[in-house]
Design a binder for this molecule. Structure first.
Ligand SMILES: Nc1ncnc2c1ncn2[C@@H]1O[C@H](COP(=O)(O)OP(=O)(O)OP(=O)(O)O)[C@@H](O)[C@H]1O
Length: 272
């Protein structure tokens, strides 16, 4: 496991207990969707995973070793695990897109040529090469979101953690992002994404973490998102694929236990 959170608890100062006894293990190349209603603790969990918050009890392990929350420990964690926060305005700070995306790799002390190559690659991946010299504050929300993700991609982290990355992206932008994330995964990057989109989670992820009032549940995404009792307690909508399967099964058109389609293309597998 690259990163592991073991039995972690977290409460904000003077606030409620947000996470209680959560465990999460991130293996190389796996995609994990983090789901839960507003205020369930998704952002808090992502901040625990990336060292921005420290668990009140429990441990964060990086390659099996407990993370030390000193400068060296956090630097080591953050070169391995990159967080893209929900609001791009909390992430972007340089004058232009190109400068912003190059900041991280430059800070790693990489040679100029390497920085340039990484920035070019990240801008191309996020389809924002034409915005390289644009001031970040003049970009649209979706463009800023893409620029913030490009900044993390340019760091080539082993684990990429994204807080609602598709929110505010147009359909093309969402598809493009999923392609980028699939490409990163194929190259071995571990990706964690908090999202409210159950269809996207079912289609994209291997594993899921559902923050439900009774306690967090972790497991294969196809298993958790077909568990109606869990969806009800977590107040999650049933993914359309699961709903279609349920309908076809209840009409005897599919044998019970048939796994639901994760994409529209997979539905064709049910046709005679
Ligand atoms: N800085 C803070 N100080 C005190 N309480 C906080 C702070 N940040 C978050 N909280 C509280 O912690 C709980 C979890 O918040 P968090 O942002 O992790 O939820 P979330 O699942 O990401 O929500 P959303 O889906 O709305 O983004 C909420 O009750 C929230 O009000």
């Amino acid at each position: 496991m690259i990163v592991q959170l073991v039995d972690a608890r977290y409460a904000y100062e003077d606030g409620p207990l947000v996470l209680d006894g959560i465990g999460l293990a991130l293996a190389e190349g796996r995609a994990t969707a983090l789901l839960g209603r507003n205020g369930s603790g998704k952002t808090t969990l992502l901040r625990l995973l990336t060292g921005g918050l420290r668990p009140a009890s429990g441990r964060l392990l990086l390659e099996g070793e407990p993370v030390t929350y000193d400068r060296a420990g956090l630097t080591r964690l953050r070169t391995t695990v990159q967080l893209v926060v929900q609001d791009p305005d909390d992430q972007l700070f340089a004058a232009s897109v190109g400068q912003d995306v190059s900041f991280g790799p430059m800070n790693l002390g990489l040679p100029e040529e390497e920085v340039r190559a990484r920035v070019g690659e990240a801008l191309a991946a996020m389809d924002i090469e034409s915005l390289r010299d644009r001031p970040t504050h003049l970009l649209s929300y979706g463009q800023r979101k893409r620029a913030a993700i490009a900044g993390a991609v340019a760091m080539r982290p082993r684990v990429l953690v994204l807080d609602e990355p598709t929110a505010g992206l147009d359909p093309h932008g969402q598809e493009r992002l999923l392609e980028v994330l699939d490409g990163l995964r194929q190259a071995g990057t571990t990706v964690v994404m908090a999202t409210h989109d159950v269809d996207l989670a079912l289609r994209w992820a291997d594993d899921a973490v559902v923050l439900a009032p009774g306690g967090p549940r972790t497991g294969p995404v196809a298993e958790l998102l077909t568990d109606q009792a869990l969806l009800d307690t977590a107040r999650l909508r049933r993914p359309w694929g699961t709903a279609v399967t349920h309908l076809l099964t209840s009409h005897g058109l599919l044998p019970p236990g048939t796994p639901g389609p994760r994409t529209a293309e997979e539905v064709s597998g049910y046709l005679p």
